[in-house]
Design a protein around this ligand. Structure first.
Ligand SMILES: Cc1cc2nc3c(=O)[nH]c(=O)nc-3n(C[C@H](O)[C@H](O)[C@H](O)COP(=O)(O)OP(=O)(O)OC[C@H]3O[C@@H](n4cnc5c(N)ncnc54)[C@H](O)[C@@H]3O)c2cc1C
Length: 392
């Protein structure tokens, strides 16, 4: 039997209540306006930061609240279940994990307390590149040793929140791919202080997308950073990034569960209220069965998210569960979103109902932070022992 640690139910309930209270100040109209203008939810992020929720996973010794992963999933789930969107700041919760696990004592002392207090934002994560995509080991951005540190050249894409972050965690190649022994060697992680670098080698270009996500392209042109920007050992960056990705997957899965709950709640209310042909549309099995099915799938996915979070908290192996949770939760939220939109008929397309916005937002999770196909490949290989279907 695998060990797992459950967080006290009363604490989880307290968290839900506290998050609901904050989210009540940010109704659909707030998000609609931001969405229309593709604007950053500064007030909402400020409220979450001030109340300390974004520092949930930072240990108390560094000024965070040292909560469990399970508690963190409840924070993000509840934000999404309230109709809000944590994508503008969720990375502040988990990106620091790489510094926490692999940074030196000096780096931890320097950054973690400031991140915990909300004085510094670490929510930009530069991994994906235009020509390598999911094939991270093929990335082309380089960091070359100089007398005073490292010089970065290259380009990242989909670096979300780069304009709203003081720090960026960057994965770059420090040894050419044909000179490493192991295919996963030769990549290193750096923590960049953005303030002095933007406009001084770093150029950030926003990408307008179908959702309001503050995502960008980032160009690095002879960007000089100091020696101590390197996190952990040179050449080991890929494993450091991987170790943080499971946390990201569990937390994003929780957001999907929150979305699914919002869709199901919204759709059920509408199906009861909307009277057509002399009764509520929800009495028709053609309307209620798809909702009931989406509800069942959401509950099953929720259990998997909980299992993955508890395994994470007990420091047990959790790669299979984290990936499964992400896939099932993303599927559950997409199914619930599709059903919610269909239940609303034409009104589902009207901005003021928030359904179309949430529908667009939750679609992302079929693709990012990892696409469903790549999860299936991982499960086939690691769970079932089938041959790897990609990469050399
Ligand atoms: C809004 C948004 C925000 C993002 N934020 C960040 C961020 O902050 N930081 C960051 O680093 N990245 C970020 N990403 C990038 C995201 O992680 C990638 O888009 C995602 O991992 C997919 O990579 P790709 O877009 O290059 O697709 P590709 O890797 O080109 O894949 C395209 C399609 O082909 C499929 N495919 C590829 N290879 C295989 C295979 N071997 N077998 C089967 N199917 C395959 C994929 O499933 C996918 O559907 C973001 C993306 C978006 C859209």
């Amino acid at each position: 039997m695998t060990a797992s640690v459950a967080t006290d139910a009363a604490l989880l309930d307290e968290i839900r209540q506290a998050i609901r209270k904050i989210c009540a100040d940010y109704p659909g109209t707030y998000w609609q306006e931001l969405d229309r203008n593709r604007a950053y939810p500064t007030d909402f992020v400020h409220a979450l930061t001030q109340s300390g929720w974004l520092a949930a996973l930072i240990p108390e010794e560094y000024g965070g609240s040292g909560l469990s992963m399970e508690a963190a999933t409840i924070i993000l789930e509840e934000i999404h279940a309230c109709g809000c969107n944590a994508a503008a700041c969720h990375a502040q919760m988990y990106t620091m994990g790489t510094v926490m696990r692999h940074g030196s004592d000096e780096q931890k002392q320097k950054y973690l307390p400031q991140i915990a207090q909300g004085k510094m934002r670490l929510q930009a994560f530069g991994v994906t590149e235009p020509s390598s995509g999911t094939d991270t080991l093929s990335l082309k951005t380089t960091a070359k040793k100089t007398e005073n540190g490292w010089r970065i050249n290259g380009q990242k894409i989909w670096t979300s929140r780069a304009e709203y972050s003081d720090l960026m965690l960057l994965l770059a190649r420090t040894t050419p791919r044909d000179q490493v022994e192991k295919r996963t060697d030769g990549l290193s992680v750096f923590l960049l202080e953005m303030k002095d670098l933007v406009g001084n080698g770093i150029t950030i270009r926003p990408i307008r997308t179908m959702i309001n996500h503050a995502t960008t392209e980032v160009f690095f042109d002879d960007v000089d950073i100091p020696h101590d920007a390197l996190i952990g050992d040179e050449g080991q960056g890929f494993s450091y990034i991987l170790s943080g990705m499971n946390a990201e997957r569990i937390l994003i899965a929780a957001e999907c569960i929150g979305d699914a709950k919002w869709f199901l709640d919204t759709a059920s209310r509408y199906a009861n209220d909307r009277h057509i042909f002399g009764g509520p549309i929800g009495r028709n099995q053609g309307v209620q069965f798809p909702l009931a099915k989406a509800y069942a799938h959401m509950m099953a996915a929720e259990l998997m998210v909980q299992k993955a979070a508890r395994l994470y908290d007990s420091a047990s192996a959790h790669g299979i569960e984290a990936n499964t949770a992400k896939m099932l939760a993303a599927d559950a939220s997409w199914e619930a979103g599709e059903t919610c939109l269909q239940t609303h008929g034409g009104f589902g397309f009207a901005e003021e109902y928030d359904v179309e916005r949430k529908f667009r937002e939750t679609r992302l999770y079929q693709v990012a932070p990892i696409s469903t196909n790549l999860i299936l490949s991982f499960l086939a290989e690691k769970g079932l022992g089938l041959p790897r279907s990609y990469g050399k």
